[in-house]
Design a protein around this ligand. Structure first.
Ligand code: 13P
Length: 252
């Protein structure tokens, strides 16, 4: 089964309005319209609409970095799935380790957010990953299984084929310390087995699993050559148009 590679840039809390528009324009200048692969950017909420105007005509995809699990209401400071859809988002990142670490997100809140995304026809990009201590204690696959099962507990079978998962080992995020292609493949394969158990073989074969954590121009080719790595979720390097363009142009 050939899955279309997805190269996603998570801009995190970077980019004022003018910076974001300039970056989006630079990306288009450098990447053009890629064929055979999908390009996605996830800018901060206040700049989504302006970035959408730049990138949607180029055929790139837009994602929110988070959402609230309720559809509307008295939740000061939060953003709903429908708000994201109306800015042009087709995807939303859910359960990023920074949100789990700094904003107390749990498997239970991640599951509720996945539900809210699907109700609004947003495709969730569900992030999972172990800490360094968990890896060193041999708990990696156990942690990943708990996070994947926890996030997908309410998913109906029809949602699985378009689902995106991102394996982001916490120790590799923003550290320059990338997982080896073999380490990443080992976990991706385990995630796909888990998704097969939760859905069925053909759905799991369509579901894309991205790797994230210090993806750079000089390591993307080796990562993308692994059979269960279907793309990358890129932080730091997605803020530099030439680096991200090289990542999108990976060769495997
Ligand atoms: P870096 O690419 O900066 O390590 O960040 C990865 C990440 O957290 C993407 O969501």
């Amino acid at each position: 089964m050939k899955r279309t590679p997805l190269l996603a840039g998570n801009w995190k809390m970077n980019g004022t309005l003018s910076e974001a528009v300039n970056l989006a324009r630079d990306l288009f200048r450098q990447i053009g319209k890629p064929s055979g692969r999908e390009v996605l950017v996830a800018p901060p909420f206040p700049v989504l609409t302006c970035v959408a105007a730049e990138i949607l005509p180029a055929g790139y995809l837009l994602a929110g970095q988070n959402l609230h699990w309720e559809d509307s209401g008295a939740f000061t400071g939060e953003v709903s799935a429908r708000m994201l859809v109306e800015t042009g988002c087709s995807h939303v990142i859910i359960g990023h380790s920074e949100r789990r670490q700094y904003f107390s997100e749990t498997d239970a809140s991640v599951a509720m957010k996945v539900g809210a995304a699907l109700r609004a026809n947003l495709i969730p990009i569900v992030c999972v990953g172990e800490t360094l201590a968990e890896r060193e204690n041999g708990q990696t696959l156990g942690v990943i299984e708990r996070q994947v099962r926890g996030a997908l507990v309410n998913l109906t079978r029809s949602a699985f084929p378009s689902l995106v998962l991102a394996y982001e080992p916490v120790w590799a995020i923003g550290t320059g310390r990338v997982a080896t292609p073999e380490q990443a493949q080992h976990v991706h394969e385990a995630i796909r087995r888990l998704v097969t158990a939760l859905s069925d073989e053909s759905s799991a074969a369509m579901c894309r699993i991205l790797y994230g954590g210090s993806v750079k121009p000089d390591n993307v080719d080796d990562l993308m050559s692994q059979p269960d790595i279907d793309g990358a979720l890129v932080g730091g390097a997605s803020l530099k148009a030439d680096d991200f363009a090289r990542i999108v142009a990976f060769q495997s």
